[in-house]
Design a protein around this ligand. Structure first.
Ligand code: PXP
Length: 236
């Protein structure tokens, strides 16, 4: 299983001060040097974390693959066709949400999504659809021409450790099997952390996990001791 690291939260921290620290490009480089097989960024309509400049720089600096998460809008399609990331992941986007809530309704807008996917695939970009682990959504996704789905693991993550965990886990396992039988490759992500990620090995053939928040959160603690020591050295 491959690991894509989502660096949006590094950009969120940078934007809190409006400067250049922490540097998203450096963050991506560290992720790659330590085993990330792709770097994921979500260029949101409101540019609340990752900005156009980040994406346009990353496309040149990355040694691995850029996975661009984006909404189904003309603006985003144009950007993707221009910069040609290795892959795009189409996500639903609401301005007020804190993070991506729920999967893309592919079944309810099959024609729109199919038309949106075609030019991207024709341009050689791998297209993934971020969907809930739901049979209808999987079947619809297989009709769009997209090569991948990314299963939304938010519900599984939320219910992890409760008596609803198994139900949510089985939705993921069954959806992955169905998608694979329909010729789709299967990624997963959202809310995965150092505990709940372990069960992803029970899903045969999962291709890549995209993980952000738990990794960046842990980095604060694995890096804080050294950061204080370095400053103490300069201050004493
Ligand atoms: N995959 C998709 C499609 C997402 O929208 C997100 C959140 O931006 C992630 C993966 C990563 O989720 P998290 O930050 O909770 O690990």
């Amino acid at each position: 299983m491959l690991l894509g690291v989502n660096i949006d939260h590094v950009a969120t921290l940078r934007n809190a001060r409006g400067g250049v620290e922490p540097d998203t490009i450096k963050a991506a480089e560290i992720c790659e040097l330590n085993g990330a097989t792709s770097i994921t960024t979500h260029l949101r309509e409101d540019r609340r974390h990752i900005k156009d400049k980040d994406v346009r720089t990353l496309i040149h600096t990355l040694k691995t693959n850029l996975n661009l998460e984006m909404a189904v809008t003309d603006e985003m399609q144009q950007i993707a066709l221009e910069i040609k990331p290795h892959s795009v992941c189409l996500v639903p986007e609401k301005r007020q949400e804190i993070t991506t809530e729920g999967g893309l309704d592919v079944a309810g807008q099959l024609e729109k999504i199919t038309n949106f996917v075609k030019p991207l695939v024709d341009a050689g970009i791998l297209v993934s659809l971020f969907i809930d682990p739901d049979e209808n959504q999987v079947r619809a996704s297989a009709k769009t021409g997209a090569q991948f789905i990314e299963m939304h693991t938010g519900q599984y993550s939320e219910k992890f450790g409760t008596n609803e965990e198994e139900t949510e886990f089985l939705k993921l396992k069954n959806s992955a099997a169905l998608a694979q039988s329909l010729g789709l490759k299967v990624n997963a992500g959202h809310g995965l952390n150092y505990e709940n990620v372990k069960r992803m090995h029970e899903i045969p053939g999962l291709y890549e996990l995209n993980i952000g928040h738990s990794i960046i959160s842990r980095a604060v603690f694995t890096g804080l001791a050294q950061a204080v020591k370095d400053m103490k050295e300069l201050v004493k």
